[in-house]
Design a protein around this ligand. Structure first.
Ligand SMILES: Cc1ncc(COP(=O)(O)O)c(C=O)c1O
Length: 407
């Protein structure tokens, strides 16, 4: 059990009024709020030891380097990576996925090879593979779907083959809240020696994730969705694979030596971190990992599954609303998307905003998936450790008022 009331006190923004109402923030799949500890770690860096890392011999630079590398270790522990060398700091998950496509994909994906992704992906886990397949004349394929609208792993097991060189899947859909059976999928991919990528943007912030257990080759996530600052993301990769890849960007810090004619690359993780890194926000992300660990990822996941289920039950009671995706408890986290049979999601979102309720409306950066439900936009409520059941009640009351307004 987590103490939501106590946790809420750590998040200054939750005390804000929006349009004269208490803020009800249900847009956590887009980005999360930040606790004071994270905000303070940024202020402390800028006020007390702002300096560049990995190059100075002076006290401030040494302290900045120590804190920056400590943050890497906090991230390593948070996802139970084997080694901190396997943690590459990027700007966000999108950059992490692009890094894989450029550095691994361009060299390893050949004419006629296949990459499998699911129909549930965020654009960030579609577009880099579309571009790679176009350039390298490979084939982008999508997982089959069963009658319930879930990934059909049995059918997939008949479609994967020696031509499959990569399988890139979301761990949890940012639209449906569905948790994918990544263990089975990764096991199958390994049988065919396909490289595996997990888009963990909606899982690492919300549930315990152990990269050694998952045994993915690459796994990506964004700091801003897990109480950390914007502008900092993570790529986890297995050391041997990262060592065999060419750099993504070139410049300072990613080299071990440079002559006028040629250059040699630095060791991991620096080979993939060209230029001055995002020092402050990396430190902020390290603090966020420690905060989440203190609360307990098992507790957070249980809390969010309960909220997700409660939201599904309550919204399902509203006659003219339809929930997208599988409603089953076992498969769903704290993300619920829904449509109304006649009111546009943007109208729903704008009217709810008038009551201080923040939800996301639109295609959720997953246009193909949302369109597969016969609509171009949907409303989405998404929860985090600081959300309460009575906020879902406020959402449902708000939805009733929206219907009343349009009558
Ligand atoms: C499942 C998923 N993948 C990728 C992303 C992209 O994250 P970012 O915009 O931080 O790169 C998101 C963000 O919404 C997401 O939910």
């Amino acid at each position: 059990m987590i103490n939501t009331e106590k946790i809420r006190k750590d998040f200054p923004i939750l005390g804000e009024k929006v349009n004269g109402n208490d803020l009800v923030y249900l847009d956590n799949a887009a980005t999360s709020h930040k606790p004071k500890e994270v905000i303070n770690s940024l202020v402390e860096y800028y006020e007390k030891y702002n300096s560049n890392v990995h190059r100075g011999v002076h006290a401030l630079s040494i302290k900045a380097t120590d804190e920056f590398e400590k943050a890497r270790i906090s991230v390593q522990k948070f996802i139970n990576a084997k080694n901190s060398n396997e943690i590459i700091f990027t700007r966000n998950a999108s950059e992490s996925l692009n890094l894989i496509a450029y550095s691994w994909g361009k060299e390893n994906i050949k004419l006629g090879d296949e990459i499998f992704i699911t129909p549930f992906e965020h654009h960030s886990n579609i577009v880099p593979w579309q571009m790679l397949c176009k350039e390298n004349e490979a084939i982008l394929r999508y997982f089959p779907i069963d009658n319930n609208g879930d990934i059909d792993v049995d059918k997939f097991s008949k479609e994967i083959s020696n031509k499959t060189k990569m399988v890139s899947i979301t761990h949890m859909s940012n639209v449906l809240g569905t948790v994918l059976p990544i263990d089975k999928i990764i096991e199958l991919a390994k049988k065919y020696n396909a490289v595996t990528v997990v888009d963990a943007c909606q899982s690492v912030p919300h549930m315990p994730v152990d990269v050694q257990k998952i045994d993915s080759d690459f796994l990506c996530f964004s700091g801003h969705k897990m109480l950390g600052p914007t502008g900092i993301g993570v790529l986890h990769g297995k050391e041997d694979i990262l060592n065999n890849m060419s750099p993504f960007l070139y410049g300072g810090d990613m080299i071990s030596s440079v002559t006028y004619e040629d250059s040699k690359w630095n060791d991991l993780p620096y080979k993939f971190e060209a230029g001055t890194p995002n020092i402050a926000d990396s430190i902020g992300l390290g603090t966020a990992c420690e905060y989440l660990t203190k609360v307990g990822m098992d507790n957070i996941w249980k809390h969010e599954m309960e909220l997700g289920q409660y939201a599904v039950e309550e919204i399902s009671k509203l006659e003219n609303f339809k929930i997208l995706g599988n409603k089953s408890k076992e498969l769903r986290g704290g993300v619920v998307s829904f449509i109304h049979d006649s009111i546009h999601p943007h109208d729903i979102g704008s009217l709810l905003d008038g009551f201080g309720i923040a939800i996301r409306t639109g295609h959720h950066c997953a246009m193909p998936l949302v369109r597969s439900y016969g609509v171009v936009a949907a409303s989405r409520a998404s929860f985090y450790l600081y959300n309460k059941k009575d906020e879902i009640d406020k959402l449902v009351e708000g939805l009733k008022k929206v219907e009343e307004y349009f009558k």
